[in-house]
Design a protein around this ligand. Structure first.
Ligand code: PLP
Length: 391
């Protein structure tokens, strides 16, 4: 039962490291009951275990993802570590399969922590050009019979949309676990648990926090046994979010749908404008019919939007010229749109692709734009005037 101490409309920030347990009997009961790993414990014990301010924010996310539970963590990476570690068992050598088009930090984590340190038998599934081939995916599943598969709905930076329902159905036909990182699509565009996913992950640092001022992560699901294992892992490893960050995240999530809808609208307009420019080689945006996975995006996002990231590349006589144009654009626009290595901020920000991903994507003139909530005409005007100065 939630206790309301005064007539406030919101849960305060409970900063207690440890909660008062009053006497030896209650202490004994609390610690005994703690092994049940309930989401809302009868007695709060210690904030690394559970904290009421954190749970209040988790309940908001449960509504967003229509999930039976949600757990917040200190970062997207700690949410990923928690979600995956729940399924790691000593002596189980069955392979795990990861789509190749996932966040670079996740790739580093699976290689350096899961494979090199924990000895997990990892495999990758690659797209065919700019699309996932479901027949090839079935072949891979048949060949490997992995116990777990991890993928992202929207890949980064090429924005390949995964046909999530078909992929989850194939995963489940092999009795495998489906873990989906839904950071880029967000619950506004898609609620993957509704498609059968076992766990959904967010870097809440991005759209849920939405202002570039919180580092946080989340995992959501429906299965109570998975939740209990995740609560236990988060507690033992110490991945718990702080009550202050949870409180701020909760406040900032109140405007999430408004922000994200606006960000998607801005992205549609900017992508169309960039596609018209003589200087631009290619615009990658799932909302454009020219994007390889436009039809999948239209189907799974039900025309609500296509995300708020637009990737584009500059034309040029040779690679040096493309880089020059990219750099001139970044310089020209820098008073208005900053180069910041994150996304999902309420301000439009950008990142050059090559310095981060190297030659993985062949076009060195590529830029990834993360649209904010600014006035659309204002963004268009700074983009047009910055392009106008480029030779
Ligand atoms: N998942 C995706 C898709 C991301 O883009 C990121 C970070 O950029 C993460 C997970 C990791 O999140 P965090 O930086 O909050 O740890």
């Amino acid at each position: 039962m939630k206790k309301k101490l005064i007539n406030s409309t919101r849960m305060p920030v409970y900063r207690d490291a440890g909660f008062e347990l009053t006497n030896a009997d209650i202490t004994g009961q609390a610690f005994k009951k703690e092994t049940d790993n309930d989401h809302w414990p009868e007695h709060f014990i210690y904030s690394r275990y559970r904290n009421p301010t954190v749970i209040e924010a988790e309940e908001v996310l449960m509504k967003f993802e229509e999930s039976r539970w949600a757990l917040l963590t200190q970062s997207g990476m700690s949410a990923i570590d928690t979600a995956l570690s729940v399924f790691q068992e000593a002596g189980d050598s069955r392979p795990w399969l990861f789509f190749s088009e996932i966040y670079g930090g996740t790739i580093s984590y699976i290689d350096s922590v899961l494979k090199n340190r924990r000895g997990i038998n990892l495999h990758r599934f690659y797209p065919e050009g700019m699309r996932y081939d479901l027949d090839k995916f079935k072949e891979k599943m048949e060949d490997l019979k992995p116990s777990l598969v991890f993928f992202e709905i929207v890949s980064n930076p090429m924005l390949i949309i995964a046909p999530a329902r078909e992929i989850v159905d194939i995963i489940h036909s092999y009795d495998s676990i489906a873990i989906i990182d839904n950071t880029f699509a967000s619950p506004y565009l898609l609620k993957p648990l509704g498609l059968g996913a076992d766990i959904v992950i967010h870097s809440a640092t991005k759209y849920l926090g939405g202002h570039g001022n919180i580092t946080a992560g989340a995992l959501c699901g429906n299965d109570q046994q998975i939740m209990k294992k995740a609560i236990e892992y988060r507690k033992y490893v110490g991945h718990m979010i702080s009550p202050d960050d949870a409180y701020r995240l909760n406040t900032q999530m109140q405007s999430f749908f408004l922000r994200f809808r606006r960000q998607c609208d801005n992205a549609v307009t900017v992508a169309a404008e960039l596609e018209k420019s003589e200087l631009i080689e290619k615009v990658y945006y799932p909302g454009l019919v020219s994007h390889c996975t436009h039809s999948i995006a239209k189907e799974i996002f039900k025309k609500k939007g296509y995300g708020a990231i637009v990737t584009f590349s500059f034309k040029g006589k040779e690679n040096k010229h493309k880089r020059q144009r990219r750099d001139e654009f970044i310089r020209a626009i820098s008073d208005h749109i900053k180069l910041v290595p994150t996304l999902g901020d309420s301000n439009t920000i950008l990142m050059p692709v090559e310095p981060i991903w190297g030659d993985r994507y062949p076009d060195p003139g590529m830029i990834r734009l993360s649209l904010g909530i600014e006035d659309t005409d204002e963004i268009l005007s700074v983009i047009k005037s910055s392009l106008a100065g480029i030779i």
